[in-house]
Design a protein around this ligand. Structure first.
Ligand code: AMP
Length: 219
């Protein structure tokens, strides 16, 4: 039962790479951005509260995202199976095809877009203690600023996301520099940070990530 954080600036390709890794290594993919977008689309009270914050490109409150993660970790079997098929869940937990599933299986998880502030890192540590999980690795996808800006131009042309206009993405990059980059220093100290070059095409970055993941999953 591994816990891996995929870290990177907006435009680094976290979402794409996290999906590919989840598929290949049988992981649950937890994306706080996706969870929040779901709340907004469903117009839940939380969604209505965070919609404008997200549209501006600001970060949502630490307590909000941590409680979404806590809820996801608390998921009962059935809710988890909604997002994930049973076969993958059995494989990931080493449960045979005819054996009963436990009420709360503990599969490996890849975290995408979380934590994004040092405060969230500290809250996650506390949460892991409570849930008897431990952090195995933080993988940072490093992309130079010029390449991020180039990708942002491209993404702004083709994306359906309301926070993918050029102006808002620039603000998201500022938020990243001010509040999220310090997360790297936080994890550097603990020796669990691995950085990979994410400046190339998706398959190239994916190959590098898979090499790191093979090592983490085998430990
Ligand atoms: P993402 O899809 O990860 O790029 O996130 C989209 C937006 O959701 C961000 O710009 C924030 O407004 C919000 N968001 C997602 N994850 C977090 C987080 N861990 N902390 C605060 N805000 C978040």
């Amino acid at each position: 039962m591994k816990n891996i954080i995929l870290f990177g600036a907006p435009g680094a390709g976290k979402g794409t790479q996290a999906s590919l890794l989840a598929e290949k290594f049988d992981l649950i993919h937890l994306s706080t951005g996706e969870m929040l977008r779901r709340e907004v689309a469903l117009e839940t009270p939380l969604g209505l509260r965070v919609r404008n914050i997200m549209n501006r490109g600001d970060l949502v409150g630490d307590d909000v995202v941590v409680s979404l993660i806590a809820k996801a970790l608390d998921h009962g079997r059935n809710e988890m199976l909604d997002e994930w098929d049973e076969l993958r869940l059995r494989r990931a937990c080493g449960i045979g095809p005819d054996d009963p599933l436990p009420e709360k299986p503990q599969p490996s998880i890849i975290y995408d877009g979380f934590p994004r502030t040092v405060q969230q890192c500290q809250m996650l540590e506390f949460l892991f203690q409570k849930k008897q999980r431990r952090l195995d690795a933080v993988i940072s996808i490093d992309v130079p600023q010029e390449e991020l800006v180039h990708r942002i131009h491209e993404r702004a042309l083709s994306s359906n996301r309301s926070d993918d206009t050029e102006e808002v993405i620039r603000h998201r990059l500022e938020e990243y520099e001010a509040k999220t980059r310090p997360v790297l220093d936080y994890y550097k100290v603990s020796g669990r940070l691995v950085s990979i070059d994410g400046s190339g095409e998706i398959p190239e970055t994916n190959t590098r990530l898979c090499q790191v993941m093979e090592y983490i999953m085998a430990r």
